[in-house]
Design a binder for this molecule. Sequence first.
Ligand SMILES: [Zn+2]
Ligand SMILES: [Zn+2]
Length: 325
Amino acid sequence: MFLVFGGLVSCLQAHDLSGLGYDPHGHPPEVPASAGTNSSPSTGLAWIFAPFAPAVSTREDGSYLYVNSTGFPDHPMMKGIRSWQQQIPIPQDYSGQNSWRLPLQPVPASSPAMIRGRFLRGAIALAANGVPIFNPQNNRGEIALEIGELDEWGGHCGRADDYHYHVAPLHLQEKVGSGQPVALALDGYPIYGLTDPDGTSPKDLDACHGHETPELGYHYHASKSYPYVLGGFHGEVTERENQVDPQPRAQPFRPAGEPLRGAEITDFQKTGPDAYELTYRLRGESWHLLYSIRNGKLMIETRKGNQTIRKETFDRREDRPRPPR
Ligand SMILES: [Zn+2]
Ligand SMILES: [Zn+2]
């Protein structure tokens, strides 16, 4: 009656090939404890990302799930930001050697690593649509949502023009189905919405904002106030230079921007293949950034009303070799 792991994989592939898509109202596949041989049973995690195929794709080896994405959501972005550092959304190449890596068999940590004031760089989780989720605190330790840094979908762009969320993207439930996870934490445990799949409020949440249930095992719950995503990692993670390691790197085209006081982003549109327009208001005037990414170059035209103020071109910065140790 339940699919074993191999069956699950072929089921998802068949769905992808047939174009039937993913049943948003289905329940996570359950795997009988006897499905494994000597190791602990695999539950699989790729199905969390299946609603967003083919934009988001996955592969796995015996230990890890690898997720490829561009970090670009299929919903609008940027509108509503009132505290802006002049970063713009640019698709990233999170694939191949630079893909997301998540443990297929998460291991509970002997003591959880709490995230307040910690893990302030990089992602702590990956949303089902392949967009990274950062700590609810920004890299200066402020709660990003509470200081107007985030758009209506809980995201903004980092110093490398990399779009990411700082809260759990509950709006993804429209696509994944209510009662389904909206993200996977980098320790390998899923993040569900505000309720359990049966619609009830989660009970006995621990300091990490998760709990264990017979149906789902250990999982986190998002919240509408701090910690928004998770309070700490229940599972083992490696911490290096204030972030979970390893994780993909965003590749910048240009130096990080400065805060533009008084600006409010009012619109963002895709205007063509690899071309975008971001609109903001500043001191009563409407400003537009028209930009495109072609042949490894970023071209940006800045307009105030209909008047072109400047045009800039940037080459994608190559990864600098690491300094000798
Ligand atoms: Zn951020
Ligand atoms: Zn729960």
